[in-house]
Design a protein around this ligand. Structure first.
Ligand SMILES: [Fe+2]
Length: 135
């Protein structure tokens, strides 16, 4: 069983967003798989998975924030704030993990899965009607 299973309830029906959320889930699974071994040889693989996830989070938040601005989503400020709060926590944990503290990947994974799952189901689902009705 994968670390993070995609669930039907995560779907927003907005194809760009669903595709990006699926990539995030996939990258988190890659990270979880890389962290499971924790051998010295795996550090490069692990670091690559960390950076790939970090880069893609930025790509996704950026795309989502532009989409919300385009559709004049009234909750945009709070939504952007939630992304920035996430980034602060994520970046701290990322730095610890990249500094070679292999065990620091576990707290990162423990933080990531429920955060993304909750964020998609709650915050992201709130903007669906605004995005679906067109700009
Ligand atoms: Fe979001």
């Amino acid at each position: 069983m994968a670390f993070f299973e995609w669930r039907k309830e995560y779907e927003t029906g907005i194809s760009e967003i669903d595709a990006q959320h699926k990539v995030l889930v996939k990258l988190m699974n890659t990270l979880a798989a890389a962290s499971a071994t924790k051998t010295q040889d795996e550090i490069a693989v692990l670091n690559r998975a960390l950076l790939e996830l970090s880069d893609y989070i930025r790509v996704h938040f950026d795309a989502e924030e532009k989409l919300l601005a385009l559709h004049r989503y009234p909750g945009i400020d709070g939504h952007i704030q939630a992304h920035r709060n996430f980034e602060r926590l994520f970046n701290n944990l990322l730095q610890e993990a990249l500094n070679g503290q292999l065990l620091a990947v576990d707290p990162l994974l423990v933080f990531l899965r429920p955060w993304l799952s909750q964020h998609i189901m709650k915050a992201d689902h709130l903007y669906i009607p605004y995005v679906k009705k067109g700009p």
